[in-house]
Design a protein around this ligand. Sequence first.
Ligand SMILES: Cc1cn([C@H]2C[C@H](O)[C@@H](COP(=O)(O)OP(=O)(O)OP(=O)(O)O)O2)c(=O)[nH]c1=O
Length: 193
Amino acid sequence: MNLSRPILLASNSPRRKELLAGLGLQFEVHVKEVNEDFPEHLQREQVAEFLASHKADAYTSDLQNEVLITADTIVCLGDRILNKPADALEAFEMLRALSGKHHEVITGVCILTKNSKTIFHDVTRVYFKKLSDEEINYYIEHYHPFDKAGAYGIQEWIGKIGIEKIEGSYFNVVGLPVQKLYTYLKDLQVITL
Ligand SMILES: Cc1cn([C@H]2C[C@H](O)[C@@H](COP(=O)(O)OP(=O)(O)OP(=O)(O)O)O2)c(=O)[nH]c1=O
């Protein structure tokens, strides 16, 4: 893959680094702490896009020729948005709520340059089987899913035993919709084969 300009990934997430590297791209990682509040009135797709865009805004004045990528993943159960659980009790409550139902995982992405901002999102529907309290407690105890929206990682044990099916991109659930991102980067002429 050839790059027309340097790529920066602004993310703390090891999964995002791995997924972007999986596209065969060279990039650098830069991270600034950004507050993840959002306006109440936004639709859920808009929340993921707002947060990705907001993360990118912290870098506007730093960019020269670089292309900056940011993302945000949220888990939506009906109208409820599940963020990262604060503790084991909240993680248990979230997984109990997701058990036996389907929900949507939305990742918003922002591609920022000095002169342009491109924002998009991808949605994946995830169907959980009914989880027992023992399964939920076992997962929380062994995997500590406190850095994950909705208190689970599809790539972990619970994804194997608990998820019946998904509709949409698997990688979008892990944290970066790489298929769509590749298309945007190609259309923006950031990458060529
Ligand atoms: C639902 C789900 C989420 N996640 C992760 C993706 C995200 O890293 C995290 C949601 O938090 P985010 O706020 O999207 O990202 P982050 O704070 O980890 O990283 P950044 O520095 O880029 O802001 O949950 C999984 O790894 N697997 C899953 O199945």
